[in-house]
Design a protein around this ligand. Sequence first.
Ligand SMILES: Nc1ncnc2c1ncn2[C@@H]1O[C@H](COP(=O)(O)OP(=O)(O)OP(=O)(O)O)[C@@H](O)[C@H]1O
Length: 399
Amino acid sequence: MMESNYWERQQEMEDRKKIVQDLQNGRVENSLHIFEEEMLRKKLSNTIMDLKGNIRVFCRVRPLVLDDSTKMPSTSYPISIEARGRGVDLSYNGQNKSYMFDHVFTHEASQQEIFVEIEELVQSALDGYKVCIFAYGQTGSGKTYTMMGRSNDLEHKGLIPRSLEHIFQTGQSLLPHGWVYTIKVSILEIYNDKIRDLLSMDRLVGGKKFLIQHIPKGNTTVSDLTIVEVHSVEEASSLLHKATQRRSVGRTQMNQHSSRSHFVFTLRISGVHETTKKQVDGILNLIDLAGNERLSKSKSTGDQRKETTEINSSLLCLSNVITALSRKCGHVPFRDSKLTYLLQPCLAGDSKTLMFVNISSDPSSASESFTSLEFARNVNACGIGIPQRQTKMLPSDSP
Ligand SMILES: Nc1ncnc2c1ncn2[C@@H]1O[C@H](COP(=O)(O)OP(=O)(O)OP(=O)(O)O)[C@@H](O)[C@H]1O
């Protein structure tokens, strides 16, 4: 496929933006079926996002838990045409704060509704793009629920298992068209600023360095990391299951099953077209960050206090990176933490990046929600360049 040049892309972006606006404002005078209109809207807004080159932000609001049902939620949703589906209001300190993101999922949104909005982005990894989706938010705000969901519960399955199924199904459907895919999995966690290989049998044995290296115009590698080729959803899901059981999780005052580490699930997807010998190399990174929490609220002590301090400090590094990027500073402190260094190509490279900001509608979390939403607004303002496909031609006599 011919790549259009920058100015053509800009013009295309303007034209498409207008179509989306017309669709949103209901000005298109025809009777497009609602479903088709919705599909078109999604496709066009995806294209616009790609062309804008910003980090996309989706906000998800966690419902109040049952025993909180007497409380008034701190969040509400504006109903104006412009803000519908994109706005969220937070009542904080007696004031109403308004935010707009690429999409806002209300507390009623199902896992399936959320997946439908990201499936095209996930699919672009099969087309040779680097894709990164990460969940950020206060402890207990629903990051793990969004990314992993509840195990053994089909309805509540999260984005990672759904993405796996989608990648394998789409890969299969491209077979008759000549595309043959090889898929490899790696899963790591960053715990107290150290990388741990969640797929290694001897993961606690020392001596492994796990050095992160960014290859220009290529992928990121982590030395000594286990990478496993998988041939089916079942195989990949079984690795995912093993890794989640090995992940560092603890019980805290704020969450019964609190993730104490950043969890990074990576699929390396390589496709070769049998006749044209074109090769595409995509990456799908799905990341469940540990949640920030106030020591005064979590009341953690001992090892857990150290974990909390480490989690907060790596998230502060992430925030510093985002601030530097949004202010277009000459120096961006990516190397200040393992997390930011690993994420560097997703935050300032040629990747398609989406952040979920998870917030709770519980009024007692309004201050944390405010901090998360302000951070998310900065993230949304970060430009990361136009996403690039990784393609090459193999010699015609290659198998
Ligand atoms: N949208 C939702 N609908 C129903 N239940 C939810 C939703 N979001 C979160 N929960 C529930 O809230 C609890 C906390 O969610 P979860 O563990 O995902 O939070 P977290 O942000 O990952 O926290 P931590 O940072 O401490 O790991 C869980 O019991 C989860 O099932």
